[in-house]
Ligand binder design. Structure first.
Ligand SMILES: *Cc1c(COP(=O)(O)O)cnc(C)c1O
Length: 395
């Protein structure tokens, strides 16, 4: 795990960003359950206001448990600073709000998280921020889309549900030609164990900490990492918008991060084995996993990533109902949205995020009725494989 190209290993996950000694000489970071902080006397308050001393002031601006998480995140991401938010969407929307104003233009790769696309194309649109959608991985399209008023290029790596992996070096080569353009990558599906966008010159890296960081399907959170100048802007926006993470959530995510390397290694291993087994199965029409040579992003993923992640998407050789019967025949994964936790989860996008569309409308946005998204947990690889093969018999 100590590959210098990918320094986000388990040693860093356990020890990165930790400050010693901790209160009461505890090994773990305590939960500072406080909404506000007191000043010893007026002189201390004045020194704080003058900027002579750094300390906590009020819960919306910062909390020691949240700060401890933020230090660990910066260590894992390889950035100067990081911030924690109440959810992934709080992180994404606050970061974007911090960097745009009326008249700004944003470039968004088309295959991004549905709510991020909704925020850019509907919410920002109401405030006079325009956008251009670019097809997944289309670098010529990206170069063409950038205008003098472009401030931000937003993408995901890998994307959902087809797991496209952008050539980050190529993207940054295009954006760096324009001084006012910043890049923002949602790397939730990769985690810093598999991919460190900062090593490729990406400016802001966001995550839904609800997924792999928390890792146990028991807490919502979001993170933004980047250099001091950009993170200061995002912090000003967080102070105003109020989406800071709760200290209890921060405690759970610090705890989750310590096993991130172990969990992701197991999830990488199982997902790759499952992808290979499904690709060889007659009742599976297509498998989308960047670890497979047949995947369009295999070259980019192999160059940039240490592992290919824990999500496998595939198409069953059946219709909407037959695919549902396959999912119902699985005994280990629970049916549910989300990914990255210890429990495997499975979903049929046609019946979840895209339920309100007709089969034809779903085809138009590239979602087949027979598509299955399998988010691998940390169960034994063989148990997951046996369960999958048995369920395929029912197709
Ligand atoms: C889940 C998810 C989000 C949103 O995060 P929340 O914690 O649910 O707000 C954003 N991006 C990606 C890629 C996600 O998977």
């Amino acid at each position: 795990m100590s590959n210098s190209k990918f320094p986000a290993n388990s040693t860093l996950a356990v020890h990165g960003g930790e400050h010693w000694p901790k209160p009461h000489n505890a090994i773990t970071t305590p939960i500072s359950a406080t909404a506000t902080y007191s000043f010893r006397d007026t002189a201390e308050l004045v020194s704080f206001m003058e900027g002579d001393i750094a300390r906590e002031e009020y819960g919306r601006y910062g909390n020691p448990t949240v700060s401890a998480l933020e230090a660990k995140l910066a260590a894992l991401e390889g950035t100067e600073r990081a911030l924690a938010f109440a959810s992934g969407m709080a992180a994404i929307t606050t970061a974007i709000f911090a960097l745009v104003k009326s008249g700004s233009h944003v470039v968004l790769f088309r295959d991004c998280y549905r709510r991020t696309r909704q925020f850019v194309t509907q919410t920002l649109d109401r405030f006079g921020v325009t956008h251009t959608l670019v097809d997944s991985g289309d670098m010529a399209g990206l170069a063409q889309a950038i205008r003098p008023e472009t401030r931000l290029v937003i993408s995901e790596a890998p994307t959902n549900p087809y797991l496209h992996v952008l050539d980050l070096d190529a993207m940054v080569a295009v954006t760096k030609q324009h001084r006012s353009v910043k890049t923002l990558i949602d790397a939730t599906f990769a985690t810093p164990v598999n991919l460190r966008p900062s090593d490729h010159g990406v400016d802001l890296i966001v995550h839904s900490a609800t997924k792999y960081f928390g890792g146990h399907n028991d807490v919502l959170g979001g993170t933004v990492a980047g250099n001091t100048a950009l993170i200061s802007l995002v912090q000003e926006a967080r102070d105003v918008l109020g989406g800071i993470m709760d200290p209890h959530a921060a405690y759970l995510i610090i705890r989750g991060l310590k096993t991130l390397g172990l969990r992701v290694a197991q999830q990488n291993r199982s997902a790759l084995a499952i992808a290979h087994a499904l690709e060889a199965h007659p009742k599976v029409r297509a498998v989308h996993y960047p670890g497979l040579a047949s995947h369009g992003s295999h070259a980019n993923a192999s160059r940039q990533m240490r592992g290919f992640g824990g999500v496998v998407s595939f198409e069953i050789a059946s219709d909407l109902a037959g695919t549902g019967r396959f999912i119902d025949a699985l005994t280990i994964p629970r049916i549910g949205p989300s990914l990255g936790g210890v429990e495997s989860l499975v979903e049929q996008p046609a019946l979840m995020s895209f339920y309100n569309l007709t089969t034809e409308q779903r085809e138009a946005v590239g979602i087949k009725d027979s598509l299955v998204r399998y988010a691998v947990g940390i169960e034994e690889t063989d148990d997951l494989l046996v369960d999958l093969m048995r369920a395929l018999e029912s197709v």
